[in-house]
Design a protein around this ligand. Sequence first.
Ligand code: ADQ
Length: 506
Amino acid sequence: MDETRRGLIVVSNRLPYALSRDEAGRLTLQPGAGGLVTALVPVLRNRGGTWIGWSGIESDDRQLQAEAARVLAGATRDAGYQLQPVPLSHAEVEQYYHGYSNETIWPLFHDLQSQCRFDPEYGRAYDAVNRRFAETIARHARVGDFIWVHDYQLMLVGHHLRELGVTAPVVYFHHIPFPSIDIFLKLPRRSYVIRALLGYDQLGFQTARDKRNFLQCVRTLVDGARVRSQGSLHLIRWEGREIRVGAFPIGIDFEEFAGQAAQEEVSRRAWNIHAGLPERQIILGVDRLDYTKGIPHRLEAVRTALKRHPELHRRLTFVQVVVPSRVDVPKYARLKEEIERLVGEINGEFTQGGWVPIHYVYRALPREELLAYYRTSEIALITPLQDGMNLVAKEYCACTLEDNSVLILSEFAGSAAQLHRGALLVNPYDVEEVADAIHRAYMMPSEERRARMRRMRRVIRQQHIFWWVDTFMQSAIAKDLSDFPVLEEYDFIPPERVHPEEQSSG
Ligand code: ADQ
């Protein structure tokens, strides 16, 4: 090991670049966007770092993998940090990624057991690929490096690094929800998975609820683990090691979003969108095509709102943007059909004289267009059945420059923990409650809209993506934990238990 270089190693399923073939058959690279990349790249550049992940090429062809590695090595020179691919075969991608990660962990951890497939082969492939990631890290880690692993595809990497004798600090952030014990118990080899997670030195979750769920699983399934709290963190003592556990809600680059939303191109597009829908409020939904996002439930809520509140006819247009995702998976193709059927049915039922209640957009929008929709829509309807954080909710608030908009937000989105003082919180399964929230948002006076939106924007501005990186890293390296800032430990309280005045007060 080279002791002269100390840096950060970021590990995620995918590298922050997408590899694909151009028309001439050559491999080309497109840099990835998104908050995580924006936040971590400056840190990687400053500390001199490495990003380890799968390149997106699934192949048993060694020559192709070598070509991918060469293209990435070229990109490394421009990126200012190292890009290190983990090669995966077609079968591994099928079983580790599409299988265990997306057909077992993703639905189970989002509390949708009926969507789960438990296949022992998936579990074995997941373990083997996590081992491969650990071996790649071990080859590149130097003494003093700090290794930060991301998300549910890589829960076992810390454990494999320990087995390989790596002693560098290894920390982990879990981007999706962590389920309650009753759900976690259904996972085959659950004790192995929970113990493997204790291979990390620090585990970060999006919310206090996720953290509490994890700690309860540890208390129940790991003999000899001792849990105590210190400041806003919890410490687990187990087999002579101390593991830190905390809630670190991920943020967005607020200033970047607000700045771009104010630009001329976005303003022009925003104006055009509204000019096409005169005297109407726009209510916006933006989601990746995924059954966790609750799109069919939301469409039913819109139908109910139009039935219960005829005064909304011709006054409200619902724009639902769906970003294509995993469309080759039959479950996702069926979801797309269901959404299209519902949109057709509702429009068939309510359309009249130039007013079409639902506008359905099925494509990834250019960024200016997405921001224009954020900026110009009076109401956002974000109702996932379960969501780690949901960045769309935060991006929407950052882009509503006039503060005159309303966010209707699922109480099961992680962002509800930070935005509950401004959003109208709803249970996404309760279509009548969501329908009434739509009506309430439509009727809400400007003064109340502004007060609520200002509260949300304040939190999103303060707890931005760079704050998230700093807080997570500081907590991992801090010596004196009592100095560590105490984060708001919000526990979700069902709305009926909160007096309405209390809910709208600051
Ligand atoms: P996701 O589920 O992918 O990831 P989410 O928080 O919903 O993350 O954000 C989606 C992202 O896609 C947003 O940044 C948004 O701007 C972008 N996007 C949406 N619609 C788009 C469109 N039409 N065109 C282009 N871009 C679009 C996981 C977890 C989340 C968690 C994040 C971050 O599932 O719960 O919030 O990680 O930790």
